[in-house]
Design a protein around this ligand. Structure first.
Ligand code: PTJ
Length: 249
């Protein structure tokens, strides 16, 4: 899905590439009807951030990586937008943690599940990675959630102790935190319910955040958990960076 007509030297190439990936994923039937709206909201926040990874986002990435590395049963959750925008990097991270990747979507239909799973399995083959991809046969439910969005795998999300849920819905984030898990959210909107409720929130664009984590793991190996990590202070710093983008516009 990486073929795009725009020139890589275009100043907004990264943003154009992400839009193209969403278009291609929509054609494959992977996306929810509101996927583009969710992406547009993210883009607006990213514009104010200057489309760069801030110092506070890097601190959050370090803590997220340390927590996921230390977890006994980590799992990475993937929805339609995440599969479209950053499938390869999610597979690389799952390979790094030797953990499963589970497709868990908000607007669940059998057709979308099939489209997302088949795309991830295609990319897994191309990358030659031995990652367990779950989501096809849910055998458990997330307590406190109603309807199809609660469906999950016992050996994946249900029994995990730490979970990466990029672009997560607020209710599900709250339910996962209530289960006692370490919940890592990636969300450009520091004011979202998910961003506030998570254990660690990385206020950054999805693919940049994943690349930061992969680079840190490659250069520094195993990271140490910062016991004094202050989720709310880091979130506040993210908001301040965005507000300063607004003031300087
Ligand atoms: O595939 P499904 O059915 O699970 O649906 C996925 C979406 C994303 C459509 C669904 O979860 C949804 O409606 O999400 P929300 O409630 O709109 O929240 C998405 C959040 O992600 C918003 O706060 C956006 O600011 C943020 N966001 C969007 N794109 C990015 C992002 N954050 C980081 N990187 C992005 N590329």
């Amino acid at each position: 899905m990486d073929e795009i007509a725009a020139d890589p030297s275009h100043p907004r190439y990264a943003s154009l590439l992400m839009r193209y990936r969403l278009e291609a994923a929509a054609e494959r039937g992977m996306l929810a009807g509101s996927a583009m709206i969710a992406h547009g909201r993210g883009e607006a926040f990213d514009y104010l951030l200057g489309e760069r990874t801030t110092a506070s986002a890097t601190v959050a990435c370090r803590q997220a990586l340390a927590v996921l590395q230390a977890a006994k049963r980590p799992v990475l959750s993937v929805n339609g937008n995440v599969a479209a925008l950053a499938c390869d990097d999610m597979l690389r991270l799952a390979d790094l943690f030797k953990c499963p990747l589970e497709v868990n979507i908000f607007y669940r239909t059998p057709e979308r599940m099939e489209a997302i799973l088949s795309y991830i399995n295609e990319r897994k083959k191309v990358l030659g990675l031995d990652v367990s991809v779950l989501g096809d046969a849910p055998n458990a439910t997330i307590p406190g959630l109603k309807g199809p969005r609660a469906a999950c795998h016992r050996e994946g999300i249900l029994e995990s102790d730490a979970i990466l849920v990029p672009l997560e819905d607020g209710d599900r984030c709250q339910a996962l935190v209530a289960m006692g898990k370490d919940v890592v959210v990636i969300d450009l909107n520091p004011l979202s319910r998910s961003a506030k409720q998570a254990t660690i929130t990385i206020v950054d664009e999805l693919s940049r955040a994943l690349n930061t984590m992969l680079d840190l793991a490659a250069t520094e190996g195993r990271l140490t958990i910062d016991e004094a990590y202050d989720h709310h202070a880091i979130l506040e710093e993210g908001l301040t960076e965005i507000l300063s983008g607004l003031n300087n516009a």
